[in-house]
Design a protein around this ligand. Structure first.
Ligand code: HEM
Length: 459
């Protein structure tokens, strides 16, 4: 006998759509988990979604023989821009395999090391800006980390400078992409009929897509007209031949993948950096340890590649931040056949879409203890991290469809935080601020502002 999977009461025509907050659906998913427990089901009119909220389920669902990635909800809409690019490709699409095989080596830790100087270049622009503006200047953290992440991925992937730190307002591409992602999220939570009636929003959506496509097409054309001798991601996509099929990527798929890297490469990394800075400002002892480590490892020297592996406490801070507030909040899998979960307790049919709510699964008290919601980098420091139960920490997803950009984000974030802490004391603009979320495709802190005070390291 299986136990029925609970579900909030549904309304005629609207199902459970009204149970989700429009601005931050993630908050609703978490509140519903507090109410309904380890698994519940939502009727979202065009689809039924199960939400999994415990370590046991996250672990069980991390099994590609039984559950594969599903491109659903907001990702279906994001496909309007990213098509069969790596992130939004369906498992059966041939281009996923070709791009995966061509690009995995390009994103390896060894290759990402070659991008070190470009990453330092952009991080230094940001730190210099913060230093020059001085301690009274109010820094919009999300905005500047977004500039950082965007400029870094465009420089490293396609040798193009967006120069966001030299402009008052972000590059039009950045704004178009942000609006496109927000609207994609809204579209996925509206009944289909409502979407067709939103003429104003639809026109703006198409315009944003046009801005994004035009810039990327122009970059591809420029590279074809003016080839360069650099093994960046764009050259690998333009020139690479897949050994298995003998095929190259089409221009359309290259465009999809470039937009994918821009989406996936800026949202999540800037989110991770912002959350981590927030936790450090809120936890002075952790901030002290992080700064002490930077002083020990870097001292007054300009950051070098060999420093990165020595920043072990900083790594733990990022891990702990990703555990508590993973920017990619939910990944969705699909059951390969009729099956049961939790040792036969719940039945789910073949094709059931199950969202793994990472913030809930990664704070399951059964694994992380009663203080699971507290920021304690020590629990993921060094050996403690190695000893975690399998799949307990999963902010980069799982298996074949896990994050290809992990080494890239890891190196970029370490450089940025180390350069900041080496030069600046960071304090919150509003000392009483406590975390609020804003959501696009991913989540980030809302209205989090800081001051950067140049350090006097002799005291
Ligand atoms: C996939 C998280 C940075 C590119 C994913 C997935 C997660 C994730 C959870 C799996 C999604 C799913 O199963 O549906 C993160 C986090 C990041 C980060 C937390 C930073 C802290 C990056 C960067 C890039 C990138 C910097 C590229 C430059 C991708 C791509 C995929 C992916 C292309 C799809 C891989 C595939 O399905 O083949 N990421 N990501 N990510 N990520 Fe990231």
């Amino acid at each position: 006998m299986t136990t029925p999977i609970p579900s909030p009461p549904a309304l005629p025509f609207l199902g459970n759509l009204t149970a989700l907050e429009k601005e931050v659906p993630q908050r609703s998913f978490e509140l519903l988990a507090d109410q309904y427990g380890e698994i519940y089901k939502l009727n979202l009119v065009s689809r039924t979604t199960y939400l999994a909220n415990s370590y046991e389920l996250q672990n069980e669902l991390s099994n590609e023989k039984r559950f594969t990635k599903a491109v659903t909800a907001a990702l279906v809409e994001v496909r309007n821009g990213t098509g069969d690019g790596l992130f939004t490709a369906h498992n059966h699409e041939e281009n996923w395999g070709i791009a995966h095989r061509l690009l995995m080596p390009a994103f390896s830790t060894a290759k990402v090391r070659d991008m070190f100087d470009d990453m330092v270049d952009i991080a230094s622009q940001m730190v210099t800006k913060w230093e020059r503006f001085g301690p009274r200047h109010v820094i919009d953290v999300v905005e500047d980390f977004t500039r950082l992440a965007f400029d870094t991925i465009t420089l490293c992937a396609m040798n193009f400078r967006l120069n966001n730190f030299y402009k008052e307002t972000p590059h039009p591409f950045v704004t178009a992409m942000a609006d496109f992602l927000v609207e994609s999220g809204y579209r996925s939570n509206r009944p289909p009929i409502a979407n067709t009636l939103m003429w104003g929003s639809n026109a703006k959506y198409q315009e944003d897509l046009k801005v994004m496509n035009e810039l990327v097409d122009q970059l591809i054309q420029d590279r074809k007209d003016n080839p360069i001798d650099k093994e960046d991601l764009l050259n690998i996509m333009l020139n690479g031949v897949d050994k298995k099929t003998g095929k190259k990527l089409s221009d359309e798929n290259i465009r999809h993948n470039l937009i994918t890297f821009l989406v996936a490469g800026h949202e999540t990394t800037s989110g991770m950096l912002t959350f981590t800075l927030y936790y450090l400002c809120k936890n002075p002892e952790a901030m002290r340890k992080a700064r002490e480590e930077v002083d020990e490892v870097l001292g007054d020297e300009q950051i070098r590649l060999e420093h990165i592996g020595k920043l072990k406490y900083i790594s733990a801070c990022f891990r702990e931040s990703l555990r508590l507030t993973p920017p990619a909040t939910i990944r969705v899998v699909e059951s390969v056949e009729d099956t049961t979960l939790c040792g036969g307790k719940y039945a789910v049919p073949k094709g059931a879409r199950i969202g793994i709510v990472a913030s809930k699964c990664q704070t399951d008290p059964k694994i992380w203890g009663e203080d699971a919601r507290e920021f304690k980098p020590e629990r993921v420091y060094g050996e403690n991290f190695e000893k975690l139960p399998q799949n307990a920490w999963q902010p980069f997803g799982y298996g074949m469809r896990a994050c290809i950009g992990r080494p890239f984000a890891w190196q970029e974030a370490h450089i940025a935080l180390a350069c900041i802490l080496q030069k600046l004391d960071m304090t919150m603009h509003d000392p009483g601020y406590s975390l609020e979320l804003k959501q696009t495709l991913t989540v980030k802190p809302k209205e989090f502002y800081v001051h950067a005070i140049p350090r006097n390291r002799s005291t």
